[in-house]
Design a protein around this ligand. Structure first.
Ligand code: SAM
Ligand code: SF4
Ligand code: SF4
Length: 336
């Protein structure tokens, strides 16, 4: 079985279907002007489906469609339909900002999508607008309830917690998720990309997020799904659902990281904080066979030694971390 240098298999593939996004979240990609990937360089659905099939042959069991904003890619439901038929794939998910979900909910369900993750950092419309720079909370909530009405389940809500911005929204979000049967997941603010101006002062740790929730709604730890998921899950002691916390900064989970990423322009990226990708699109477009592409992916994965978050924690503890010292691929390009 395919293993990297730390004996980690490849199980989870995150496919960025476009780098474009109709939001400009301050913690992700706040720039109004950006050099987008040229349309001709973006993988076609056929190319994505072929690569997805090859990754499944190498051990991938779960695929997440992401971006940028995946729903701005025209006819995304056609790709969902194709991937949901993929032999050997156990789980297909999509992560969205929800802005176009109301109009896409029926088509996504019909295409075979069974579950979805939606980013929701606050329930305050003004704050929502200022955090996303362009987003309309009402539209997003409409989309959220549209997928609920379609029966997608579970519906997970992701909130990036930033000190002084939305850390006072944690309990409101928990109450909202409990009331409507959504699974809330809080994500430590990370230094992704090169433009969000991350500083450790704006980080709210998993420990602090846990304590704030636990004081109001007592929790019991359940652990990581399959032992390797980014989120540590907790159930509410009163039985009203679950909440997860993703502690990439304070409790890195590199040791069990089995995630590969495919950029919208067909590069294989082996870590969220990578500065380089490995060109698969070139291989596809030069007419290489499946066996040759499998060999290439195998050679990349067997040399993989990424453990960026673990190294960052060591550097933070030694007060020697400078997020700007390392140029990264933007999150909108490689897929969150
Ligand atoms: N546009 C979609 C969305 O927002 O859900 C999908 C792509 S987005 C890059 C994927 C996830 O990355 C979102 O849940 C977002 O909150 C998260 N994310 C973006 N920037 C982050 C940061 N600086 N720290 C932690 N998570 C971040
Ligand atoms: Fe926000 Fe997602 Fe767009 Fe990043 S890709 S700016 S997180 S909506
Ligand atoms: Fe995986 Fe890289 Fe994140 Fe570590 S920092 S968990 S290796 S993506």
């Amino acid at each position: 079985m395919l293993r990297d240098l730390y004996n980690r298999p490849v199980r989870d593939l995150r496919i960025s279907v476009t780098d474009r996004c109709n939001f400009r979240c301050t913690y992700c990609m706040p720039l109004d002007e950006y050099e987008w990937i040229d349309k001709g360089e973006i993988l076609t659905f056929e190319e994505i489906a072929r690569l997805a099939r090859l990754f499944v042959q190498l051990g991938v069991e779960k695929i997440r469609l992401t971006g940028g904003e995946p729903l701005v890619r025209r006819n995304i439901e056609a790709l969902v339909a194709e991937l949901s038929e993929l032999d050997g794939l156990k789980d297909l998910c999509l992560t969205t900002n929800g802005s176009l979900l109301a109009e896409k909910a029926v088509a996504l369900k019909a295409a075979g999508l069974r579950r979805i993750n939606l980013s929701l950092d606050t329930l305050d419309p003004d704050k929502f607008r200022s955090m996303t720079k362009r987003g309309d909370l009402e539209e997003v909530l409409k989309g959220l309830f549209a997928v609920k009405a379609q029966g997608l389940s579970p519906i997970k809500l992701n909130a990036v917690v930033e000190r002084g911005v939305n850390d006072d929204d944690i309990l409101n979000l928990v109450e909202f998720s409990r009331e409507h049967g959504f699974a809330m997941r809080f994500i430590e603010y990370m230094d992704v990309g090169n433009t969000n101006g991350w500083t450790s002062e704006r980080l709210v740790s998993k420990k602090e997020i846990f304590e704030r929730i636990n004081a109001r709604f007592p929790l019991r730890e359940v652990g990581r799904e399959n032992g390797s998921a980014p989120a540590v899950d907790y159930e509410f002691i009163d039985g009203k659902g679950e909440v997860g916390i993703v502690a990439s900064v304070t409790e890195p989970f590199c040791a069990s990281c089995n995630r590969a990423r495919l950029t919208a322009d067909g590069k294989l990226v082996t870590c969220l904080f990578s500065s380089v990708g490995h060109d698969l699109k070139g291989l596809l477009r030069r007419g290489l066979t499946d066996a040759q592409i499998l060999d290439f992916i195998t050679s990349v994965w067997t040399k993989r030694s990424d453990r960026y978050s673990a190294e960052r924690l060591e550097a933070l503890q030694a007060s020697a971390y400078d997020p700007k010292s390392h140029k990264k691929i933007e999150m909108i390009t490689l897929g969150g």
